[in-house]
Write a protein that binds this ligand. Structure first.
Ligand SMILES: Nc1ncnc2c1ncn2[C@@H]1O[C@H](COP(=O)(O)OP(=O)(O)O)[C@@H](O)[C@H]1O
Ligand SMILES: [Mg+2]
Length: 406
């Protein structure tokens, strides 16, 4: 016996075929794929079924329902989290013995557990990537009114984003949405995060995977600083004289650079002093522009990178063709003359190693690197060939944590 509640996804009635009347641990092994995951309390297994990959977690019904609500809301709010598929409740064995519920999420493609990402935290680049990704995640959640209550290295997944990282929430059984988080609630959530994250880093240290030069507490301090700076930039009120409105403009531009859009803000003038306060901020400034121009869906940093490439191609076209092109035309031409042909040169068996946008970002990097090395402009297509031969072929596939798609 089982009751499935499925969410807004393309209908997946075949999930009913699964052996729900057995404890998850006893499901036949051949149904499952082995994927890396963080350490966890509950039984968590990854399943390939009907062409899709799922993560299944068995837990008490009350918690499963709470997590269902939270993931659903995170998705509605556009916050970065694993995608909810549904829950299975009212389970019982053939003998009538009741079983716990199962939360079903979609396996987050190309996601990396922190153990895969941070092979060397003594590398300042890696450390900053981690700090930035976590700070942005926590700030976004808090601005959205989400009290996480269980931020830890095991409950975050990372994805690559044009040389940076992007963090996603997994595990929300202790979380709660509020209308608005008070400063006290934010501080409480940050305290939980600090303790858990420090714990995770000390564990890595004990395993000899963290250089002795790294003091976990310093990493956490840096994270808290980054969080505060970002949170203030996104929310704090600022007062400037009317004669200095340029400062407000500069702050809006700085937020755009960080990838945030100020959808709504207040301006109030009183006796020559202007008070400015962002009220609704959303991430995805570059992402939305890129999607509008080209239809390509990418992460924020990738989108920023691709837009730059698109605009410099547009500038080059304008120069060679003697007239400036409208942005929409530029977008279309870049898409058909650079993006598609560039990616199509990648042999099919290597194409899936990274997401397309990340792959193209690497092509651009490689192109830049080759041109620097030779001291002359190298064409994109020549760079693609060299990239395939020298880099991609050797790179361990980040997707081969999944068996190949049929
Ligand atoms: N949808 C998913 N995609 C990828 N990995 C996942 C997904 N859901 C869970 N995981 C992995 O499984 C681990 C355990 O899941 P989690 O929800 O944290 O369970 P627990 O409540 O037992 O800690 C996570 O640390 C994560 O690495
Ligand atoms: Mg967990």
């Amino acid at each position: 016996m089982v009751a499935l509640k499925l969410r807004r996804s393309p209908s997946r009635p075949r999930l009913l075929e699964l052996p729900w009347s057995q404890p998850l641990e006893e499901w036949p092994d051949e149904d499952f794929v082995r994927l890396p995951s963080g350490t966890h309390r509950h039984v968590v297994r990854f399943l390939r079924h009907d062409g899709e990959y799922y993560a299944l977690k068995e837990l008490p019904t009350r918690l499963a329902e709470l997590e269902f609500e939270n993931l659903d809301r995170l998705r509605d709010e556009g916050l970065p989290a694993v995608t909810l598929v549904g829950i299975a409740t009212d389970r019982a064995t053939p003998a009538g013995e009741p079983l716990e519920s199962v939360l079903i999420t979609r396996h987050l493609r190309y996601s990396l557990a922190y153990r895969t990402v941070f092979t060397d935290l003594s590398n300042e680049g890696q450390r900053n990537q981690m700090i930035d990704a976590l700070a942005v995640l926590l700030v976004r959640l808090h601005i959205g009114g989400f009290f996480w209550g269980d931020c830890s290295l095991n409950n975050v997944l990372f994805r690559r984003d044009a040389g940076a990282l992007r963090a996603y929430v997994v595990d929300t059984e202790t979380s709660e949405f509020q209308l608005k988080l008070s400063d006290g609630q934010r501080a409480h959530d940050l305290m939980i995060a600090s303790e858990n994250l420090a714990g995770g880093l000390y564990d890595l240290q004990a395993e000899g995977r963290l250089s002795a030069a790294i003091e976990p507490i310093e990493v956490i301090d840096a994270l808290m600083h980054r969080y505060e700076a970002l949170f203030n930039d996104l929310t704090a009120a600022e007062e400037v004289p009317v004669s200095d409105l340029g400062r407000i403009q500069a702050r809006l531009e700085r937020l755009n650079d960080l990838g945030f859009d100020t959808e709504e803000y207040e301006l109030r003038e009183d006796s020559g002093v202007v008070r400015f306060r962002p009220t609704v901020v959303e991430e995805g400034y570059h992402k939305r522009s890129l999607e509008r121009l080209t239809g390509i869906v990418a992460h924020e940093n990738q989108a920023r990178r691709l837009l730059n490439a698109l605009r410099s191609y547009g500038a080059w076209l304008a120069q060679t063709e003697g007239e400036a092109l409208p942005e929409a035309v530029m977008g279309y031409r870049w898409l058909t003359e650079r993006w598609r042909p560039g990616l199509e040169m990648i042999p099919a068996h290597l194409r899936g190693r990274l997401e397309d946008a990340e792959l193209y970002h690497e092509l651009l990097e490689h192109n830049w690197y080759l041109s620097e090395e030779r001291g002359e402009e190298v064409s994109l297509f020549e760079a693609v060939e060299s990239y395939v031969d020298t880099i991609l072929d050797r790179r361990q596939s980040e997707r081969n944590i999944l068996p190949a798609d049929p």
